[in-house]
Design a protein around this ligand. Structure first.
Ligand code: PRP
Ligand code: MN
Ligand code: MG
Length: 184
């Protein structure tokens, strides 16, 4: 069992829980995308660990690409603007796109990306997120595959950061409020 980092209040989802839900999502995606050769797009950086585990649970041909979109910077609150830091290298037109995210919060990032890939004439655009935080949604987003519905707490680990830290934790935990209050 992983030792808890001193900045973590409590562990919400441990490695076993993440593995179990990822296997379930992988089965659903496998069934839905048979013969479609989906383009699975990881939203950097937060989704990188989930992407790596999810694709190993998908049993169809697929292609992977990576897009870096950032809206938070080093703050705990969304700035509201989405910027492309790195675009995909793959032609989107005619492709079945599956966007892989770590968390949907305000929905701004995914709303922007879904619009972008539709504008680029994807055949279909779906979303697979490990975590969904519906309480903080500002922009509507249709989440097709979601691992866990999460409470409105500051979550870190398994790709999720605070000021670029904690992405490497193997579990998802609640950050102690003293950590971000100190640095603001
Ligand atoms: C975080 C998270 C999602 C997005 C969700 O990314 O990984 O991509 O915010 O928030 P939203 O629904 O309010 O748009 P961030 O912009 O912090 O970049 P990162 O993945 O590199 O940490
Ligand atoms: Mn992100
Ligand atoms: Mg972030």
């Amino acid at each position: 069992r992983a030792m808890m980092h001193q900045d973590i209040e409590s562990i919400l989802y441990d490695q076993a829980a993440i593995q179990q839900v990822t296997a379930k999502l992988g089965k659903q995606v496998t069934a839905d995308y048979q013969g479609k050769n989906p383009l699975v797009i990881c939203v950097l950086k937060g989704a990188v660990l989930f992407m790596a585990d999810l694709v190993r649970q998908i049993d169809t041909h697929l292609e992977m690409d990576f897009m870096d979109v950032s809206s938070y910077g080093n703050s705990t609150v969304s700035s509201g603007e989405v910027k492309i830091v790195k675009d995909v290298n793959t032609q989107i037109a005619g492709r079945d796109v599956l966007i892989v995210e770590d968390i949907v919060d305000t929905g701004r990032t995914l709303h922007y990306l879904v619009d972008l890939f539709k504008y680029r004439q994807a055949k279909s655009v779906k979303i697979c997120t490990l975590l969904d935080k519906p309480a903080t949604r500002v922009v509507p987003v249709q989440v097709d595959y979601a691992g866990f519905k999460v409470p409105d707490a500051f979550l870190v680990g398994y790709g999720l950061d605070y000021a670029e830290r904690y992405r490497n934790l193997p579990y998802i935990g609640i950050l102690k409020s003293a950590v971000y209050q100190l640095k603001q």
